[in-house]
Design a protein around this ligand. Structure first.
Ligand code: SAM
Length: 254
């Protein structure tokens, strides 16, 4: 009988954020396929998990996928983890998952932390609809084209950014988005967690003499909806002919 492929979320910084179920799964499977085995080893050592680790990342996925699938088909279970958060979210795993689905291998999610929802939940920006864009392109032309398109997006926007690009990105956002409200969520769940709110200019002002360090996620307000013209109130003893009423927008007639 085939084993199972578990997609296991791990902490985005604070090791206490590993769920009980993730802990049990990582203990019980035969293999943990990890983006960086040294990184995951720290988590395993912290929790006394002795499961065999093997590396699985974008550069060895073509060679490693058939090996892992064969082991699962022989009856072993594999847990896929990334360095932090939920695998496949700007992290390796898509190649393995799609091939496992094609082989009818049972797939079980073990949900847990992800920087996207963690940042969104504390942003104070609308959460009913949002657009996750991952990392912006590195090349400046492509980057500014993506930002120009995002400026038209009415939903809350979530981006990942790195410390060495954050200032340039904020400067570009200031230019393209103007005074739009945004939130820089830095080092979430860690000792130096910081959540800064304001326009790109205001946030940049905070970092005039230093560069923000660590992991960071940007949450940007969607494009504001155009304001509706104020409703015009009509007095009760206004008598309009039916032809005039017929031409009026419904909100005026409320
Ligand atoms: N799969 C991960 C997830 O579900 O959160 C995301 C992986 S992506 C390669 C890594 C990026 O996530 C970082 O560069 C940063 O933008 C964001 N990130 C990860 N941990 C974070 C944290 N503790 N605080 C803020 N952003 C974080």
């Amino acid at each position: 009988m085939s084993g199972t492929l578990y997609i296991v979320s791990t902490p985005i910084g604070n090791l206490e954020d590993l769920t009980f179920r993730a802990h049990r799964t990582l203990k019980e499977v035969q293999i943990i396929a990890a983006e960086d085995t040294r990184h995951t080893q720290k988590l395993c050592s912290h929790y006394g998990i002795g499961t065999t680790l093997t590396s699985y990342h974008d550069f060895n996925k073509e060679e490693k996928t058939p090996i892992l699938l064969e082991k699962i088909l022989e009856g072993q279970s594999v847990a896929l983890v990334s360095d932090a958060g939920t695998p496949l979210i700007s992290d390796p795993g898509y190649y393995l998952l799609t091939r496992a689905i094609a082989k009818n291998i049972p797939i079980v999610p073990i949900p847990g932390p992800s920087a996207i929802l963690t940042a969104l939940a504390v942003s104070g920006l609308p959460t009913d609809a949002f657009r996750y864009e991952g990392f912006l392109p590195k090349k400046s032309g492509a980057r500014s084209r993506v930002l120009q398109a995002l400026a038209e997006e009415p939903q809350t926007i979530i981006l990942f950014e790195t410390p060495h690009r954050i200032k340039a990105t904020l400067a570009e956002i200031q230019e393209i988005f103007g005074t739009r409200h945004l939130v820089l969520a830095r080092e979430l769940t860690k000792t130096y967690e910081e959540i800064i709110r304001g326009s790109a200019e205001e946030i940049l002002g905070k970092y005039q003499t230093k560069t923000p360090k660590g992991e960071m996620t940007l949450v940007i307000a969607g494009k504001p909806k155009p304001k509706k013209p104020p409703k015009r109130k009509m007095g009760a003893n206004h008598h309009l002919s039916e032809s005039v009423l017929g031409d009026m927008p419904p909100d005026v007639l409320e």
